[in-house]
Design a protein around this ligand. Sequence first.
Ligand code: ZN
Length: 224
Amino acid sequence: MRHQRASLQELAEIAELRDTRERLDNEARDAQVVVEDLTAEQDKVDADVEVVKARRARDRNRMDQGLITNPKDLERMTHELESLERRIASLEDDEIEVMEKLEEAQAALDSLVAQRTAADERLAALTESRDARTADIDAQLDALAHERAPRAEGLPDELLALYDKLRAQKAGIGAAALRARQCGGCRLTLDNAELAQIKAAPSDEVIRCEECQRILVRTAESGL
Ligand SMILES: [Zn+2]
């Protein structure tokens, strides 16, 4: 039961999901920075366009009002207006380019956030399932401990210690029945000399399998 508890299938998936979540979180943070930078860039280009447009409006206004009469000034003003138009066109191209980049960056960020949310939801479900199964196993362990206590009572401490040590080393099986001349732990068939030795041994002597070292329990079906 302890082995089961330590190797619940949820545990591996939870560990993997935590890594994934951390990666998504880092990527989302980077994507957020890109979105913020592009938003600032967009604001700046927007503001630049407004400044140039305001200047164009002021120049046009002065010309429309006939405030510029000197031909040289008029020529200069006309050139400036042309230059302002070119500047506005160029800035508006920049605006479109930044807007497209920002849309792309925002979509990438949205996708990462959605993936992170999905990972969080899956993690919550797995954690709930892990906790429920762990509680179930703990309850069974508790019941087994209660069942074991009276059975272990009166057994020599040394024998119990040996059994526990072997159980830890031998995949949970510290003692095996000797049945039809075979060790129930490693399935090795004992030879006649060994069997004769076991048969001659006092009933309270602890017999061990020579192959796997487990405690061998003699029964009526041992074939002795
Ligand atoms: Zn054995």
